[in-house]
Design a protein around this ligand. Structure first.
Ligand SMILES: NC(=O)c1ccc[n+]([C@@H]2O[C@H](COP(=O)([O-])OP(=O)(O)OC[C@H]3O[C@@H](n4cnc5c(N)ncnc54)[C@H](O)[C@@H]3O)[C@@H](O)[C@H]2O)c1
Length: 118
């Protein structure tokens, strides 16, 4: 196992790509925080990982809220001491004509840095 003793936070990990990343990290021995807007989904994925023999923690986190991000990261740090890996997977997908990509996308993209900064 390449990641034994490491800790990871994966945002948007209650489903889809983030869930697969979290399961892969856990299978390699990392303790993984499943951080998601959907706390029930995050908890369910954490339980699946635990049932498979891995270490995981479900965390309620809206990555667009600085307060929620700081609280979630603090919870992980308090539980496991350190955070070695951050997968900032939760994001946005906007399909629009190019002329509409102005300030709204700048504002939304800036939100994806909150987890890294925290
Ligand atoms: N699947 C694709 O082909 C594709 C292509 C390009 C980009 N993306 C991007 O990759 C990311 C993951 O895609 P996916 O297909 O796994 O999506 P998905 O909808 O299956 O999963 C997204 C997860 O993120 C969570 N989430 C949404 N907003 C959140 C927020 N503000 N804070 C925390 N969690 C939040 C959702 O609850 C969900 O569990 C998305 O940002 C998506 O826009 C996906």
């Amino acid at each position: 196992m390449k990641l034994a003793g490491k800790t990871a936070v994966v945002t948007g990990a209650a489903s889809g790509i983030g869930k697969s990343i979290a399961q892969t990290l856990a299978a390699e021995g990392a303790a993984v925080a499943i951080a998601d807007l959907n706390p029930a989904g995050a908890s369910a994925v954490a339980k699946e990982i635990q049932a498979a023999g891995g270490k995981a923690l479900g965390i309620a986190m809206d990555v667009t809220s600085e307060e929620a991000v700081n609280a979630g990261i603090r919870q992980v740090a308090d539980t496991w001491g350190t955070i070695d890996i951050l997968v900032s997977n939760a994001g946005i997908q906007i399909v629009n004509p190019i002329q509409d990509y102005k300030s709204p996308i700048g504002r939304r993209c800036s939100r994806s840095i909150l987890t890294a900064r925290s």
